[in-house]
Design a protein around this ligand. Structure first.
Ligand SMILES: NC(=O)C1=CN([C@@H]2O[C@H](COP(=O)(O)OP(=O)(O)OC[C@H]3O[C@@H](n4cnc5c(N)ncnc54)[C@H](OP(=O)(O)O)[C@@H]3O)[C@@H](O)[C@H]2O)C=CC1
Ligand SMILES: O=C(O)[C@@H]1CCC=N1
Length: 270
């Protein structure tokens, strides 16, 4: 792709996306630029990914065709104020924060800026990301296709209506954190039973990845796949019964609801 891609902010999420893009070769490293605050990040990112990184947000905004805002949500207003008079009118701004609406971004820029509201996730770092996008009315089909090509270079992508965006963190943006908790709990249990921790992480993680792949690729309902594992009178059904008793599904639904409620609060500016 012959576009200049900018990342304003280059922490966990920015680096995950840059690493994925560079590895996939969709955009060469010399067409990617970024900014950060600390010398620590600037030095690390320059060395690790071979991209141009400084602390100059204005210059980055002037030079980017597609500009990802990859700072924490509470810094969005501040950085938009800093760059709003610098970006070209046809630059496509991509937001990645939960609860930052298309309207809020347009209002902060103060003109009909091209915006794609998105929600990526950190598994982008290993090419297994899930990104969800929602463009505003000023983004052309070709511009959306360019951004899709970028995010699809490090995982899967979906375009959805903005009214659904607040649910996405619970499903794919934040949910890696919940899955890591699940893997950690599985591992702790195995360690309690005398199993070595490093091997336990491997077994648990491979099982989680394999189960996810089965849901994605077998075409079977997750309930059917669960039934296929439960031998009558065997060991799995005892675990399933114990997990039901301790409210696994209900806990997950409560966690997801808390996540979505917070995203809705942020979308309303609370
Ligand atoms: N972490 C995740 O799993 C996900 C995060 N997101 C979203 O991604 C965004 C970034 O989160 P995350 O990467 O986790 O956060 P990090 O804290 O890891 O990264 C933030 C980056 O912004 C830089 N920064 C801070 N202030 C400025 C500024 N004024 N100008 C330029 N750069 C600045 C920081 O620089 P320095 O490193 O020098 O301090 C850092 O590189 C958030 O909006 C979050 O909601 C979305 C999906 C998943
Ligand atoms: O916790 C957050 O707000 C960000 C968005 C999704 C994952 N991390």
């Amino acid at each position: 792709m012959n576009k200049k891609i900018g990342f304003l902010g280059c922490g966990q999420m920015g680096q995950a996306m840059i690493h994925g893009m560079v590895k996939a070769g969709v955009v060469p490293a010399n067409q990617i630029a970024a900014t950060a605050i600390t010398d620590e990040t600037i030095d690390f990112v320059a060395e690790e990914y071979g991209i141009n990184i400084t602390s100059d947000n204005k210059k980055l905004a002037q030079e980017s065709d597609i500009l990802f805002l990859a700072v924490k949500p509470y810094i969005y207003k501040e950085v938009i104020e800093e760059i709003k008079d610098e970006i070209a009118k046809d630059t496509v701004v991509v937001t990645i924060a939960a609860g930052v609406t298309l309207e809020a971004t347009k209002k902060a820029f103060g003109f009909n800026v091209k915006v794609i509201r998105s929600m990526p996730n950190t598994p982008s770092l290993v090419g297994a990301g899930m990104s969800v996008l929602c463009p505003n009315e000023f983004v052309t089909k070709e511009e959306l296709a360019d951004v899709l090509e970028i995010v699809e270079s490090f995982g899967e992508a979906e375009v959805i209506a903005e009214k659904l965006m607040d649910v996405v963190p619970s499903l794919s943006g934040s949910s890696p954190a919940f899955v890591y908790m699940f893997i950690e709990a599985m591992t702790d249990s195995a360690v309690q039973q005398g199993f070595p921790r490093d091997k336990a992480y491997k077994l648990a993680s491979q099982a989680v990845m394999g189960a996810a792949k089965m849901v994605l690729e077998s075409g079977k309902h997750p309930g059917q796949l669960k039934d296929d594992v439960c031998t009558p009178g065997g060991v799995t059904i005892d675990a399933v019964a114990a997990l039901e008793e301790s409210g696994l599904r209900s806990s997950v639904i409560q966690g997801m609801t808390a996540c979505t409620n917070r995203a809705r609060e942020l979308s309303k500016g609370e």
